[in-house]
Design a protein. Structure first.
Length: 76
């Protein structure tokens, strides 16, 4: 495995540290990940729930200002 592939794998892996530091998002992503191994109706419901939450966040007025978006994206 190349260094670049290892970096990508680390960037896109749901780690215990991420789940601990970002509890609600980590819980949601853990549940979606688990649902992907279930029957179609459960997979569809999990993906729709994630999609709907992302859509609602994108139109939420509280996150409309560029300063707020930058602050949220850059905070760790």
């Amino acid at each position: 495995m190349s260094c670049e592939t290892a970096d990508l794998k680390h960037d896109y892996t749901l780690t215990e540290d991420f789940v601990k530091n970002h509890f609600l998002v980590g819980l949601l992503l853990t549940e979606v990940k688990s649902a992907l191994n279930e029957i179609q109706d459960i997979r569809k419901f999990a993906i729709m729930t994630l999609r709907n939450l992302l859509a609602k966040h994108s139109v939420d007025d509280r996150y409309a200002s560029k300063v707020c978006i930058i602050t949220l994206c850059c905070s760790s």
